[in-house]
Structures are given as structure tokens and as C-alpha cells.
Ligand binder design. Sequence first.
Ligand code: 13P
Ligand code: SF4
Length: 328
Amino acid sequence: MPPNNLKLVEKIIKLKEKRNAIILAHNYQRDEVQEIADFTGDSLELSRTASEIKCDVIVFAGVNFMAESASILNPDKTVLLTEKNAGCPMADMIHVDTPRIERKSFPGFKNPPPFIFPAYYTLRDIQAKYPDAPVVSYVNTTADIKAESFICCTSANIIKVIESLPDEIIISVPDRNLSAWAQKHTKKKIISWDGFCHVHERVTVDDISRARKEHPKALIMAHPECRLDVLEMADCVTSTSGMLRYAKSSSEKEFVVGTEIGLMYRLRKENPDKTFYPLRKDMICPNMKMTTLQSVYRALSENTFVVKVPEYIRIPAQKALDRMLEVS
Ligand code: 13P
Ligand code: SF4
């Protein structure tokens, strides 16, 4: 680590103790940010940790919806998002009652699967069409969408969450790819929103074919935010922490990693005897990479950027998150 970073790390540790703070980091964060974190995990693990944590301040190295969830679960704690503009474009693709995204702005929109709900509708429009269907919202949504949802889910538990409901028709928002993956694993009818993660959406079946050719001995792991045709060709489809567990427990030595490249840090650190290849080198989420050690230090020293969800949204949103945490 460069000497300047070492000094910064020391300052962060001191401030963290002084403020009784905990740093939570998503698996896609920069290596040095993951290194300084008290806990690094996937969205489900981070939500669970946030619900159990004992501290005064939570510093969230991730994107906005994650810090919002931490705040929803901890109304009495100070929750800080390390970078103000670290958002999730997929979370911003769905709105409760004001459509802000033009249908034409969705790249790759041609021939969507028939169960996909057009993106220029609002959540209220879908609810009006399927009034009895519960809304299952991926945690990659804003707090007001969570507040309108019956239950939340993550990529690690969506199928368990859907199967836990008595209903036969389910509204699933906002990721069309995660919904398609869930549809493949349930007999229930999934009505999906048409959002997607641009980092995972870019993966094609050609990338998988090329990876098989270049690394014939490797197992291919893919995140369920990838397209269904890609997922059907992978050896393992799972969340980021699911990939960590899969690689660790496998007797194989080589793996192709079909998710944001930040995960490579933990995969390599926790499995020094194994080799990991990115499925595509450009699987980089610019929002996840905004946070630096400097931003973590600034968060603690300047109390930036406070994330606080108003009570009228927080209370119903917490119900949806709590229901998810009870199921999984
Ligand atoms: P998980 O870590 O839950 O798999 O989530 C991936 C993701 O895209 C978070 O933004
Ligand atoms: Fe959103 Fe995709 Fe970035 Fe995750 S990786 S924060 S889903 S844009």
C-alpha cells in the first residue's frame, strides 16, 4: 500500500474508534476500501449486518439504495454514504407514480420477453392491472419503491422469497433479468419490470463461448443480473457472496467470474491456490468505484453524506425488508 494510503488508513481507524463507527462495504468496492471495511458482503449479508449492528455511525461504502436500507433498518443511527452521487442506474429505472425514463432510452430493448412490463409505466400502473399481486422488490430500488412493496428480495434469495408467498401472480421489480431467472425456477406467473443493470446486461452468449474456449478447465459463474441466455450457459448462477462460497467449496482450480470485477479481490485473497478470470474486463460499475479511502475519511471527519429516510416511507419500507429477513 502506498505510504499516503497507510497514513489515511491510520487516520480512518482512529476516527472510526472515536465515533464508534462501523464501515460496511459491498463486494464491488475498490480493493483498498474493502480492506478497511469492518464487513464486506453481498446485498443480503449487508442488509442483515445493518439490521444487527451495534454502533453509533454506519459508514456505507456502496451505492445509495444500500445506505438507504441501512438507514431504514437503523432509524436511530447516523448512516453515511461515502459518495453523494453513488447511485444505481437500475434502481432509478422504476418510479412509484411518475415515469422519468423514456422507453427509447433503454438500449437493447428490441424483442423483450412477453412477460416484461413496458418501462414507461409506473409501479402504480402495474398494481392497477394486477391489484391482487404482491410486489416483490429487489433491494436495488429506492426507499419509496420498497415502501410500496410487500416484500424485498436480493439475488441470493429471490426464489425463496417468491415461493414463501401464497399468491400465484407476483410483480417483480425492477430487474428483468433477475425476474426471468426467477420465472425459470417457479411455476408462479412473474410480472416483471423492464429494468436492468448495464454492467451485467452487456454480457453475451459469445462472451461465455469465448471464455469456454480460452479457459476450458474453468467453471463459469454468472450473476443473475445477466441475461437469461447467458445464465443458461453458466455452471453456477448466484449472488456475489454465493460466488465466494462456490469457489471456496469447489475442488476445481479455475473460475471465470461473470460479475463486476471488484469481486476478484476477495476471490483471489480467499483462494490463493485458485485462478480467477473476469468474464469481461469491462464489467465495472462506475458508481461502485466512486468511493475511495479519501471518501471514507471525509465521511467520518465531515459527517458526509447523511442518508435519512422520512418516517412515512421508512416504516412501510422496513416492513418489506423485515419480511425478507424473516424468510431468508
Ligand atoms: P449482490 O452482491 O447481492 O449479488 O448484488 C449485486 C449488485 O449488483 C449490487 O449492486
Ligand atoms: Fe446498480 Fe449494477 Fe452498479 Fe449494482 S452493479 S450498483 S446493479 S449498476
